[in-house]
Design a protein around this ligand. Structure first.
Ligand code: CAA
Length: 379
């Protein structure tokens, strides 16, 4: 049987997250965007409300959210501010490899502290020369006897400048391609880690993005996730979990753009009536609303598959591809409905359009999602 109704608990989670988005995030979003500064107080408050690190299981101090609950929270927080939500989501992206591939001891040691105080984590996969082709990464992990030695550079790392912990992917032998990729948990204070200057970005300006260089960084042997060579599978499984989340953030952003455009269309009078009375605007709003709803359904199905122990690789990529491209279209149309005002930083849809662009790029571009979908279809 199908049931599209949220449970009472999920409705309460949604209400609480939306209240936080409207009261704490939205009033400050433009200011932190213009300053390009991480809003640490707001992020701390989100953590205190239990809205951060939704992927941590109860056994290790988490709030016991399932994947659909996490999508509900992400959509609401992205409605509040895409940049702030990126800082929040990046923690899940970095902690998921530990949830998926960690031993009980690793989970106790590295996940629990994230439930005891607000801490920040960063996922280090992408390199200057390897973005979409993640399997060709060059960062080396060498056996140094009683520890691993890491050398290499990572690029576009969200949260890097504030991170307490990194989950890093490197290769024990580049000849082995993805079969050589291994994953390490690294304390950010370890000697030899050099964090670059903040990148100047088009959108998500209040999130922190930098390069991270590893110079002969010594990592304890017990910090490897799985065995040498098992890192790639952990990375791919992580992305299966995190891509629905990114898609969910696209739904939140698109819903926000739609709500602003709808309200504006009712207020703005041209040719003697509100522009919402003109069919050209009505058709735009209808298409925007349909895209938001279809994206949300893909997000829920891709999350539901995880919660029911089924593979979601295809649906995760479908959700990410469709929701992010739809968000870009919806945000562009919202700016169009606002006309000249939409192009001004005085109005919220300008930021939404800039923020939408990144969702089509990070955690696998729309083109990479199509590759994954096609591979699954042709299997
Ligand atoms: N689960 C488990 N195993 C998987 C898998 C999955 N979802 N997907 C692939 N694999 C396995 C395959 O079965 C295959 O295994 P075998 O060798 O045993 O057969 C192996 O992985 C290789 O798979 P492919 O042949 O499909 O690999 P590929 O190199 O051709 O392509 C790719 C892989 C899908 C393109 C991958 O490189 C990819 O996802 N690229 C995009 C990278 C990405 O999303 N980066 C995001 C960085 S994080 C970020 O952006 C966040 C931030 O901080 C801003």
């Amino acid at each position: 049987m199908m049931n599209f109704e949220l449970t009472q608990e999920q409705k309460e989670i949604h209400e609480m997250a939306m209240k936080f988005a409207r009261n704490e995030m939205m009033p400050n979003a433009s200011e932190f965007d213009l300053k390009s500064e991480m809003p640490m107080d707001i992020l701390q408050k989100a953590w205190e409300l239990g809205l951060v690190n939704t992927c941590i299981p109860c056994d290790f101090g988490g709030n016991g959210f399932n994947t659909i609950d996490a999508m509900i929270i992400t959509e609401a927080l992205a409605y509040g501010c895409l940049g702030m939500n990126t800082a929040i989501m990046a923690n899940d992206l970095a902690l998921l490899p530990i949830v998926i591939g960690g031993t009980k001891e690793q989970k106790e040691k590295y996940l629990k502290p994230f439930t005891e105080s607000y801490k920040i984590a960063a996922f280090c996969l992408t390199e200057p020369g390897n973005g979409s082709d993640a399997g060709g990464l060059k960062t080396s992990i060498k056996d140094g006897g009683d520890h691993w030695i890491v050398n290499g550079q990572k690029m576009w790392i969200t949260n890097a400048g504030y991170a307490d912990l990194f989950t890093l992917y490197g290769t024990i032998d580049p000849e082995l391609k993805h079969k050589g990729i291994s994953a390490l948990i690294i304390d950010a204070k370890t000697e030899g880690i050099e964090v670059g200057a903040p990148e100047k970005k088009m959108g998500h300006c209040c999130s922190d993005t930098r390069s991270v260089t590893f110079n002969n960084v010594k990592v304890p042997k017990e910090n490897m996730l799985g065995k040498p060579g098992e890192g790639w599978k952990i990375a791919m499984q992580t992305l299966d979990h995190s891509r629905p989340m990114v898609a969910s953030s696209a739904v939140g952003g698109a819903q926000c753009a739609l709500d602003h455009a709808t309200q504006y269309a009712k207020e703005r009078v041209q040719f003697g009536k509100p522009i919402s009375g003109h069919q050209s605007i009505q058709f735009m709003l209808a298409d925007m609303a349909t895209k938001v709803e279809a994206s949300r359904l893909l997000v829920y199905k891709s999350a539901w598959l995880i919660d029911n122990g089924q593979s979601n690789t295809k649906l995760a990529s479908m959700a990410k591809r469709f929701a992010s491209d739809s968000f870009m279209e919806v945000a562009t149309d919202a700016v169009q409905i606002y006309g000249g005002y939409g192009y001004s930083k005085e109005y919220p849809v300008e930021k939404l359009m800039r923020d939408a662009k990144l969702i089509q790029i990070y955690e696998g571009t729309s083109q990479i999602q199509r590759l994954v979908i096609a591979k699954e279809v042709l299997k």
